[in-house]
Design a protein around this ligand. Structure first.
Ligand code: CUA
Length: 178
């Protein structure tokens, strides 16, 4: 039942208005352009990273993070005593996201290749490397692996760019490249 029912009850049998057809056509065209942009941007824009993903659990993943932290911590930083971890060049490095922090702080070497593993302990988070334009979804239950070769030295911030609750805006992390 409707407050203002169409005068012609069998409205779906009416011919489509030309303007409406034009809009449907434009929307379809735009959808196709956006679709083609995905592979295009992967190849020419060097975005839409090709990465690997594996199933995991928060328990399994945090075990790997803890093992790395235990082995390669070089110092502690910030008021909360975050470990700064410097794994050997070419190795697998692990970073976890959880409400509301990135853990631990990583220290990498310029020009060396690493396999960066990302996962979440709870909610969906977004790994956004600043000031570079690198964004990866971090999803609980999945381990994303990206091969990275830092090409600049300095201090990089990790910002969470997926809304994850009341302290989302404070979910920051740090990567050093030396
Ligand atoms: Cu984590 Cu927003």
């Amino acid at each position: 039942m409707s407050l203002t029912p169409p005068s012609e009850r069998l409205w779906w049998k009416e011919p489509i208005e030309r303007v409406e057809l034009l809009w449907v056509g434009l929307a379809l065209l735009w959808a196709l352009i956006m679709f083609v942009m995905m592979p295009y941007w992967h190849i020419y824009g060097k975005q839409n990273l090709s990465n690997e993903a594996y199933r995991t659990t928060p328990e399994q993943f945090s075990k790997k993070v803890d093992a790395m932290v235990e082995k390669y911590t070089v110092r502690k930083e910030t008021a909360r005593g975050y470990p700064v971890v410097a794994p050997p060049a070419g190795s697998d490095v692990y970073l976890l996201g959880r409400l509301w922090e990135w853990y631990p702080i990583l220290e990498l070497e310029k020009g060396k290749k690493y396999r960066l593993h990302l996962s979440s302990m709870d909610w969906q988070h977004g790994f956004s490397l600043q000031p570079e334009n690198i964004n990866v979804q971090v999803i609980p239950g999945y381990e994303m692996v990206i091969t990275v070769t830092p090409n600049k030295t300095g201090e990089f911030a990790i910002v969470c760019n997926e809304y994850c609750g009341i302290n989302h805006h404070q979910m920051l992390g740090r990567i050093y490249v030396k």
